[in-house]
Design a protein around this ligand. Structure first.
Ligand SMILES: [Zn+2]
Length: 306
């Protein structure tokens, strides 16, 4: 039986109820999200002080362990930007730049890079790498002094915040005409997750409020780009890691098995690159995006005249 819930102006069918939140397929927003949405004060506490210490204590250690693989991921992304921009257009802003590894990769490649990051610990780490990072949340006020960019990058940010449409609008305002906005979010309520849930007895493990408030897929994220005045020019998946679950490796709540599955994905991707066939991987991931499959959705949009 379907239950419809309303909270403020948001309304939609209830998909799941976890941690005192309901996830609705919101008809107002055009994407799935949790209600009630936390207040700005509650979120500020999480992201300024707790996130990289309480929620992601292993993040830095693992980022270092996986750095060769991450550099391949980052290299693909900068390759995309360079193929879509004229020569000389190499200024990038990373919103939620975390410990700074994505910025560092760009800087080493000759890009002029800047970050904005609310976590004191993560921002200090990035500055220690010699990077230009503003320690703040992005809002209308803080955006005024950041400058203009050829690319604005938002990786694993939009799923965390209560008003992603507003943040997209601010991010777009920081672009030069024809500039690019790139967003990466989890691709949730996808066909593999649906299968695991309905045929294999899995709980909705990907539903994690208040850390994940929004649950995008390729189509709803594309719609958010279009409603922000951005023409979608690239849609690419990341490896559908939930495939391991479907094949019987249940890594949910099993960190050791999760790492082992991640290692297999790394081996596959790095072997293709070593063989000079990185383009095969990228074609595959574009096909997966068209099929709505992939653990994350990576979408690039171009700012069009409004
Ligand atoms: Zn809504």
């Amino acid at each position: 039986m379907t239950e419809i819930k309303q909270w403020q102006d948001h309304q939609g069918q209830v998909l799941d109820s976890v941690n005192g939140f309901d996830v609705i397929d919101c008809t107002l927003c055009g994407f799935k999200h949790a209600i009630p949405l936390p207040t700005p004060d509650e979120l500020e506490q999480i992201y300024r002080h707790e996130y990289y210490t309480a929620e992601k204590p292993l993040y830095l250690e693992r980022a270092r362990e996986d750095i060769d693989w991450w550099n391949l991921v980052y290299s693909d992304r900068y390759d995309s930007f360079e193929s879509l921009l004229p020569m000389g257009h190499r200024r990038l802003l990373d919103i939620g730049s975390g410990p700074g590894f994505f910025l560092l990769h760009g800087q080493n490649r000759g890009w002029q890079v800047r970050g904005i990051e609310p976590s004191a610990r993560a921002a200090a780490h990035a500055r220690g790498l010699g990077l230009d990072v503003v320690e703040d949340f992005l809002d209308e006020a803080s955006s005024q002094s950041l400058g203009r960019f050829d690319v604005v990058h938002l990786s694993e940010v939009l799923e965390h915040i209560p008003d992603p449409a507003r943040l997209m609008k601010i991010a777009r305002s920081l672009l030069i005409p024809d500039g690019l906005l790139c967003a990466v979010t989890p691709n949730d309520y996808n066909a593999f997750q649906h299968t695991l849930r309905t045929a294999c007895g899995f709980p909705p493990w990907w539903v994690a409020p208040p850390h994940h408030l929004n649950y995008f897929d390729f189509d709803s994220l594309s719609m958010l780009f279009e409603s922000t005045g951005l023409e979608v020019v690239s849609r690419e998946a990341t490896f559908p890691i939930d495939l391991f679950l479907l094949m019987g490796d249940n890594y949910v709540g099993n960190d050791q098995l999760g790492r082992a599955c991640h290692e297999k994905r790394k081996t596959m991707e790095q072997s293709l690159a070593k063989a000079g066939l990185n383009s095969v991987k990228r074609n595959l991931y574009r096909c997966l995006a068209n099929a709505g499959i992939g653990r994350e959705a990576c979408i690039i949009g171009r700012a069009i005249d409004s």
